[in-house]
Write a protein that binds this ligand. Sequence first.
Ligand code: SF4
Ligand code: SF4
Length: 350
Amino acid sequence: MISPSSQADPNKTATWTVVVSRGQSRNPAKRSLEQSIADAASTLEGADVVVVPHLYDLPKGGESLQKLSEIEGNLIVVSWIFPRAAHWVLDRNGIRGQFVPVAIGDPEDEDQEEPSAEQSENDVDRVADLFPRPDRQIHCIDLKAEESLDRFSEEIQRLVLGEAPSADSGAADSGPAATPDETSLPIVGGRIVQVEETTARRWYPVIDFSRCTNCMECVDFCLFGVYGVDAAETILVEQPDNCRKGCPACSRVCPENAIIFPQHKAPAIAGAETGGSEGFKIDLSKLFGAPDGGDDAIATAARERDEQLLLAGRTAVGIDEQLQRRQQDLTAQPKDDLDRLIDSLDELDL
Ligand code: SF4
Ligand code: SF4
């Protein structure tokens, strides 16, 4: 366990920055855990600490994102959303690097990485392959995974003191980070910079570009103008605040399960790992939390979109031609290992 202290040398050059993203609620236990992690990390030689409001809620052009974008070295991001969600929230805000999920509380799965495009059976280009991210590492830790300060502190200490797993062989040698400019923000305790920025709860899709194939299904599906394309004709969430609060419909339609709503109650939609190559193909109606005993994922998405259209005073469109094609695609997909396992169980006629 790392003992909280404020004795660290504020003039040293950091090689790691620990980003603690506060939760949306004012739950005292959560606040205490966040502060304890920040205090403990601030005592480590080679680590700076930045505390910001909830990552997902940070406004474009705000003080928190400005501060985070100035950091050049490796990051350890501690937040209340799933690691994959935290990584791609940062990425959409231009804070980019190699994703390294940290499996606190589950030693068996520790250091498991995101299933890559190579691991999947789909031999298609992903946006992140076409536009590679910088080599620096972004280790993401889920605060929901554990209640003990010790486990978080041990993991952060392990990373900062040099026993970190590499995202790739060159990533760990990417050089020391520039010391963040701390002149305009208060330093609390040792090396903690705490950004006190007022934020409001937001709701918008976040794209996992390690999965996204730029197929544009989401652009066609969303009738609220949320998606657009950049100068390189790559999909982006252009008008995030046009998204209808609570609506996760497009995440059910994306063929690659690349659309994340970090605050959704269904873990798969909120960015939980889906586990192996089958994660791209298992029954979406179950994986994505569709109601039992009825609709498939596409029908559910159409219903959810219609609900939002009606709430906005517009006309429902139901299952249009695009969605009919998606339904046919889902039923026509080639069989994978999971399908074959189910077939062999069927043959046993148990
Ligand atoms: S539907 Fe999914 S894979 Fe296709 S462009 Fe949108 S996010 Fe990317
Ligand atoms: S959740 Fe609904 S409103 Fe939001 S981007 Fe997706 S389809 Fe559009």
